[in-house]
Design a protein around this ligand. Sequence first.
Ligand code: C2E
Ligand code: CA
Ligand code: CA
Ligand code: CA
Length: 275
Amino acid sequence: AKSEGRGTCRFFDPAIGAEIRERRQLEHDLRHAVARAELELVYQPQARVETGAVIGFEALLRWRHPERGTVSPAVFIPIAEESGAILAIGEWALREACREAATWTGSASVAVNVSAVQIHGPHFARLVHEVLFQSGLEPRRLEIEVTETALIRDPARALHTLRSIKALGVTVAMDDFGTGYSSLSNLRTFPFDKIKIDGSFVRSVHSNAQAAAIVRSVLGLGRGLGLPVVAEGVETAEELRFLAQECCDAAQGYLIGRPAPIGQFAQHTHGGGRV
Ligand code: C2E
Ligand code: CA
Ligand code: CA
Ligand code: CA
């Protein structure tokens, strides 16, 4: 125990020490992950509920750590956000996803996740513009996915960024709809083009009457606002049937396809111009 003046004693807890060291190590390794080419993108298909046609892919980061193997984005994205490494990582993901999608022969869209730090940075819209120009990807084939929690730090600035991105012709989707604090008012404040219902609601539609009612309401909301709705986390045929009955536009989840290297979806990305 180390004493810090009168009445304040702090105890060294070896378990907490190990956790902090581990985090610092990951933070350090993350700073070099882009340069060492340890990051990659996997892609998860989105299908139109009515026809089953694949209409787009969400790009999801994977980190192949030399010693730890694959580290989940749920672990490393928050660390990257805190340390600021997300700026370089997010820029890499945007460039890579657009470069990839520009090679597809069909009209499938690519969705890229964007963090609060990126949205609030001063140059994000300019970066999107530059990446679109360099890749040659048609702006309407790029979707930016943001959660409402990514917008609340400085709503005026976030709004400005979203407007600038939309002016380029890019689609902006509200990710994880229903999990934030004030989804409805944020839907009115920010110019979203699309709603993604969080998988936690979708996966409970058959076990939980509230979840089913919530999914129905979000679909009604989408219709009322003229915004297409994508259901995330669709795992079973029953869930997909429910979504079809309720006229959901698109579905994403293990039932449609697990996130995988893009080569696995060649029939949808290089299918002779059809998607
Ligand atoms: P998200 O944007 O909500 O992405 C959906 C997550 O649900 C993905 O987890 C995906 O693999 C998983 N998922 C998809 N279908 C199913 C399903 O049917 N069942 C279940 N149980 N899960 C499903 P993943 O790939 O681990 O990514 C986790 C989160 O990390 C993402 O959540 C996103 O918030 C963040 N993330 C991933 N890539 C990026 C990125 O490039 N930039 C930023 N800022 N965040 C990213
Ligand atoms: Ca997402
Ligand atoms: Ca989501
Ligand atoms: Ca999420």
